[in-house]
Design a protein around this ligand. Structure first.
Ligand code: COA
Length: 260
């Protein structure tokens, strides 16, 4: 486990738990947090023990309260453009072949909400509050919010959140399909890790292919998406994991997947 930094990382079973650790600033994303988060995702991606990733925020107040607003002060538009076009935390989780689960434990705002949107699954504590409050600052979401939010909750619900900056609670987020599950605050992390462990017990080859194919459904025309699905199916079909999965079923035992 790494500790003491603005992002901590530990391996729990077959999941990497990445925690944004800046609770005194409601885990706001400054340059240091972004860099440490990218390192943590890269480490989890490279670690063969890890088959799924859970992201959460330290403390009981916030998942992430957005970009560090202090950094906007005095920054030129060109400097901000460079920040937004260099390797981003949003792309890092979306493109990671291992599924990433957001365990949202409190305020989930702005860039924090956008990080949750880029994750594959979202579980919210009943105390979580979600919002895209950028309009209050004279800006718009810049971490993919205007694109990913409507794809997840539909255009009307996305526009309501983005145009008003209003916050919503966990139950409303569940109703909108913004989160897949809600949990009592004390049970949140265990539930997220249990979900990660369920995924970890499957074939890593199949899980990575399923993530890529299913995500492509939101950006590819149907014919192209179906072709991608067929190509990725073939990758799985040629894998040791497919041979093991089929053999284990026929022998009535649990499969031992190796990711090969
Ligand atoms: N950027 C920088 N600092 C932030 C921050 C952010 N996004 N969110 C919170 N903080 C800081 C506060 O400035 C405060 O610092 P201080 O103790 O040095 O004064 C500390 O975190 C605690 O915040 P506070 O507002 O006192 O806590 P709260 O529990 O009353 O309210 C929030 C929490 C998240 C509702 C409130 O801080 C907030 O609205 N933050 C901004 C959210 C936002 O607009 N995000 C989008 C950015 S694009």
């Amino acid at each position: 486990m790494t500790d003491g930094g603005v992002v901590t990382q530990e391996v729990r079973g077959r999941a990497a738990l990445i925690t944004i650790n800046r609770p005194e600033k409601r885990n706001a994303l400054d340059r240091q947090v972004r860099a440490a988060f990218l390192d943590a995702v890269a480490a989890a991606r490279e670690n063969d023990v890890v088959r799924a990733i859970v992201v959460t925020g330290a403390g009981d107040k916030a998942f992430i309260a957005g970009a560090d607003i202090g950094e906007f002060e005095g920054r030129t538009a060109v400097e901000q453009w460079r920040v937004m076009t260099s390797a981003t935390i949003f792309d890092a989780v979306e493109r990671c072949p291992k599924p990433v689960i957001a365990a949202v434990n409190g305020f989930c705002l702005g860039g924090g909400m956008e990080l949750a949107l880029a994750c594959d699954l979202r579980i919210a504590s009943l105390a979580a509050r979600f919002g895209q409050p950028e309009v209050n600052l004279g800006i718009i979401p810049g971490g993919g919010g205007t694109q990913r939010l409507p794809r997840i909750v539909g255009l009307g619900a996305a526009l309501k959140l983005i145009l008003t900056g209003d916050l919503i609670g966990a139950e409303e987020a569940l109703r909108l399909g913004l989160v897949e599950e809600v949990a009592e605050p004390a049970a949140l992390l265990d539930r997220a890790l249990a979900l990660a462990e369920t995924i970890a017990s499957k074939s890593p080859v199949a899980v990575a292919a399923a993530k890529e194919a299913t995500r492509a459904a939101l950006s590819l025309p149907l014919d192209d998406g179906l072709k991608l699905e067929t190509a990725l199916f073939q990758v799985c079909f040629a894998s040791d994991d497919r041979a093991e999965g089929v053999r284990a079923f026929l022998e009535k035992r649990a499969a031992q997947f190796t990711g090969k």
